[in-house]
Structure formats: structure tokens, C-alpha cells
Design a protein around this ligand. Structure first.
Ligand code: ZN
Ligand code: ZN
Ligand code: ZN
Ligand code: ZN
Length: 495
């Protein structure tokens, strides 16, 4: 007896089963959730129903009665109350998870980053939620689907009306999406009222009250134009979230549990950055104050020396075009030459000091401004004074009254200074090579060679100093002072 157009397979209408009994069976299946024998999941592992008087869920304690019926978790076989078996999962007939299997009742427990969460779920078939991984998924998804494009962001808003985009679905979304009530307050979900809202982090379903749009994935405004922006994530209204709404952002739902977890992490991170910043700031200001002091010392010296230099030129009468007779003999030339060399030295030290400020790393905009102003102010000073100095020197060189012996004397001082620099440099090299030899237990051929070269340079230097009619002992002390500084820097890395 074939039933045309009824949709019932012909072979079922033959044999023992009548259509009537088949329909009866179908209705029964739907009522009980039982399936035909060939799909039946094993019950061998079920705990005997009478082994429990209360729900096996830790902390649930629901007592079984005529109204509160017993339910077996199809996965672990324990006995639970109805609200504790609200989830479904695809299992094969041997009760193992299987995407091809049928949906079966089961209970879940949740571990968030290895820590058991006991507030709302139970402890048998566990989910291990790796929040860091889920957060990464959200950031990457945002980057891919929105990135820096305003158009794509608008599209995302529209797209959300059709359903949750894949990147907003958590690892366990597939399993939890079948839950029938809020996992926090147990309110039943409805089609129109009290709709289910998945947490975009853990994937569990909650009502709107227990799962709010408090998570923001965004690209900081300062990175907006960049080619490869790095999305951030933050819980809003918590310290560490952006102060103003970034242009490129989406708000996502987050359940109370994940809210708590991420909030705590965010606060911790904020505290850490604040401590780091404070330490960095301290270091910055110490360095900047030191540098500023050093610069002002050199500036004071330049300010004191420059008028003296000018005075020397004036008293020699070169400036006024007075006859050569006003030159105060050889002694006067020496003083002038020395003053000129001192000035040159001061300018070199000054430029080096300004350069060294550039090595200080600012970490806030305020610090950058301070640093910039310090560098700019000092460069302006340099420009002004060095211009004056050059003008004076030019007068000296241009004047017809300047005799060869003045220039020669100046040259002597320049030579002396160059020689002194070479000498200091050699001494330093010798010391460094000695340190290296010591560290790596090498033989001391190189340091010995340096020492020999040093001896030769020392003789030349002595000659130069004599030519300038300077005192060797005094010069030696100067040199030693410079060397002491250098060694200290070499050994302790301080300035
Ligand atoms: Zn179970
Ligand atoms: Zn229960
Ligand atoms: Zn969550
Ligand atoms: Zn709720």
C-alpha cells in the first residue's frame, strides 16, 4: 500500500509497519527525544538513576522529585537536573564528540585559562577556554574584516544584522549556541523576548543583562593611517580603555565572567605601564637636568671668554687700525693665541654636549617638547656666539697689520691642541686594549705597541708645549684629568 506524495519511503509502507504505526513512532520519538535503535547512543556508562537523590552538579543541589526529573548526561553518564543539562553536543553512538553525530544532552564545565569557573556551570564534560587565544581571534578577525577601512566597518554593521560573523564566534560557539537559557541567571530564551546573546570571547549564551556590549576592538586614532595597524582590545569604562571613542572600532558582547577576567587583566597591565613610565620618567628628568647643567656651565665659560678674546684683539690695536707699536710684544701674541684656542675648544665641547642630549629618549609628548626646546635653545646660542667668534677671528686674519708671527703663534697652539688630543686618544686605546687582553687572556703585543707609540707622541707633545711656552707639569695635570674622566666612563659607563 503505497502512499503517493506522503513523503514516506515506499519500503516502510511494506512489511510489518503500517503507516499508522510509523507516524506513531515518529511522534513518540519527537516527544521523548529517543531515536530509532540504529542511532541509539550507548547507555552502558550511565550511572543508575537511583544512585542519586540530588543533581550531581557541584553547587546545584536540585533534589529530584516528580516535577524535577532526572536527566543523564549522554557524554559522562552522570545524573543531573534539567537545568544542568541544557547544552547539546554532537556525539557518536559511543558517546564521543563527533561532528557527524547527533545532538545529545550533556553538561559542561568551564576552565578559563586553566582555572575552573564554578559560578554557573558544572564539572563533568569540560571546556577549556583559552581567553588569550580567543582575544587573538577577535583582534585578527577585526584586522581582516575591518582594518583601517571606514567602508568595511559600515559593511560589518550591516553584516551583523544577518548573523554573527565567523570571527566573532568563539571556539565552543557551535556547542553552546543550542543552550535554552541564560548561563548566569537561568532565564529562558525566547524568539522575540529575552533573546540569546553569545559572548564573543567564550562563546557562552547569556541574556542581554548578563552579556553586554562592553568590549571594544579598535585601532588607536594615532595608528589610523598606518598600513599595518595593530588592533587592540579593551573593556570599556575600565582604566586602560581609550579615553575617546576611536574612529575605527566595534563594540562586542562580553559575558560577566569574561568581563571580570579581562577587566582584571586590563587593570594589572595599566598598573604595570604606570610603574614603568614612572621609572622611565625619573631617569629622563635626571638625565635632562644633568645635561642642562653641563650645557649652562659651558655657556657661562663661553660668555666669559668671548669678551676677553675681543678685548685682546682690541688692545692689540688691530681692530682700530692703530700702528703696530701698540702690540704688547711677544707676550701679548701668546695670550691672544691661547684665548683663540680656548674658544675653539669650548665650542667643540659645547657641540658634543648638545649632541649627547639627542641620545636621551623622551617617552611623553611633554618630554619631547622639553628636549626639543633645550636642543633648539642651545643651538641658537651656538649660532650667535660662533658667528661673533668667527667675525673676530676674521678681523684678526684680514687685517694687514697682522704679522706672520701672530698667525704662527696661533698655529703653534693649534698644533699643541691636536697633539694633546692624539696623546689622550692613544692612552685611551692602550687602556682599552689592556682591558680586552685581560678579559680574553690574550698576550699583550698590542698594548705594548700602543705604549711605544704613546712615548713618541709624548715627546712631540712636550716640544709643542715648550713652543707655546707652557708649563709641562701643568699640562700633564690637565691631561691626566681628562684621562681620569675617560677611564671612569670606560669602567663604569657613566658620563
Ligand atoms: Zn557529562
Ligand atoms: Zn542541577
Ligand atoms: Zn564570556
Ligand atoms: Zn542572564
Amino acid at each position: 500500500m503505497a502512499v503517493a506524495g506522503s513523503g514516506i519511503p515506499a519500503d516502510l509502507t511494506q512489511g510489518e509497519d503500517s503507516v499508522e504505526s510509523y507516524i506513531k513512532k515518529l511522534v513518540l520519538q519527537q516527544k521523548t527525544g529517543e531515536v530509532t535503535e540504529q542511532y541509539a547512543i550507548t547507555k552502558h556508562h550511565w550511572k543508575p538513576s537511583d544512585s542519586r537523590k540530588v543533581c550531581a552538579t557541584e553547587g546545584c543541589g536540585n533534589r529530584f522529585s516528580l516535577i524535577s526529573r532526572k536527566h543523564h548526561c549522554r557524554r559522562c553518564g552522570e545524573v543531573f537536573c534539567e537545568s544542568c543539562t541544557r547544552y547539546q553536543m554532537r556525539l557518536n553512538t559511543l558517546a564521543s564528540p563527533d561532528p557527524q553525530g547527533r545532538l545529545q544532552k550533556y553538561i559542561v564545565s568551564v576552565y578559563i585559562n586553566g582555572e575552573r569557573i564554578s559560578s554557573f556551570l558544572t564539572f563533568y564534560c569540560s571546556f577549556s577556554i583559552d581567553i588569550d587565544m580567543e582575544v587573538r581571534r577577535l583582534k585578527e578577525g577585526f584586522k581582516e574584516s575591518v582594518g583601517n577601512s571606514e567602508v568595511r566597518r559600515t559593511f560589518l554593521e550591516l553584516r551583523k544584522m544577518v548573523g554573527t560573523p565567523d570571527w566573532q564566534r568563539a571556539t565552543y560557539w557551535e556547542y553552546t549556541s543550542l543552550s535554552t537559557m541564560c548561563c548566569y541567571c537561568n532565564k529562558e530564551f525566547g524568539l522575540l523576548q529575552n533573546r540569546r546573546h553569545p559572548c564573543t570571547v567564550c562563546g557562552f549564551m547569556a541574556c542581554g543583562d548578563c552579556c553586554s556590549k562592553d568590549l571594544i576592538v579598535y585601532i588607536p586614532n594615532e595608528e589610523k593611517g598606518s598600513k599595518d595597524p595593530e588592533p587592540r582590545i579593551a573593556v570599556i569604562k575600565i582604566v586602560g580603555c581609550p579615553e575617546r571613542e576611536p574612529d575605527m572600532c566595534v563594540y562586542l558582547r562580553i559575558c560577566s565572567q569574561c568581563h571580570l577576567y579581562l577587566e582584571e587583566k586590563q587593570v594589572q597591565k595599566m598598573q604595570q605601564t604606570l610603574t614603568d613610565q614612572l621609572q622611565k620618567t625619573d631617569l629622563f628628568w635626571t638625565k635632562i637636568v644633568e645635561a642642562a647643567k653641563k650645557l649652562s656651565r659651558i655657556r657661562a665659560k663661553i660668555n666669559a671668554h668671548l669678551p676677553k678674546y675681543q678685548e685682546h684683539i682690541n688692545t692689540m690695536g688691530i681692530d682700530s687700525g692703530a700702528p703696530r707699536a701698540s702690540l704688547q710684544g711677544e707676550n701679548g701674541i701668546q695670550v691672544l693665541a691661547r684665548a683663540q684656542c680656548d674658544m675653539s675648544d669650548l665650542f667643540v665641547t659645547f657641540v658634543l654636549a648638545v649632541e649627547s642630549i639627542r641620545g636621551i629618549q623622551p617617552s611623553t609628548t611633554q618630554q619631547t617638547t622639553v628636549l626639543k626646546n633645550l636642543v633648539r635653545g642651545n643651538y641658537n646660542f651656538y649660532q650667535e656666539t660662533v658667528f661673533l667668534f668667527r667675525e673676530l677671528r676674521k678681523t684678526l686674519e684680514d687685517t694687514t697689520l697682522t704679522s706672520a708671527d701672530i698667525l704662527e703663534t696661533i698655529q703653534k697652539f693649534v698644533d699643541r691642541n691636536a697633539m694633546r688630543a692624539v696623546y689622550v686618544f692613544l692612552k685611551q686605546l692602550a687602556l682599552e686594549s689592556l682591558m680586552l687582553c685581560d678579559k680574553f687572556t690574550l698576550n699583550n703585543t698590542v698594548p705594548v705597541q700602543f705604549a711605544e707609540a704613546e712615548e713618541v707622541v709624548c715627546q712631540d707633545l712636550k716640544q709643542c708645549i715648550k713652543d707655546c711656552k707652557d708649563d709641562w707639569a701643568e699640562s700633564e695635570e690637565d691631561i691626566n684629568n681628562v684621562l681620569k674622566d675617560q677611564i671612569q666612563r670606560l669602567l663604569y659607563g657613566t658620563q
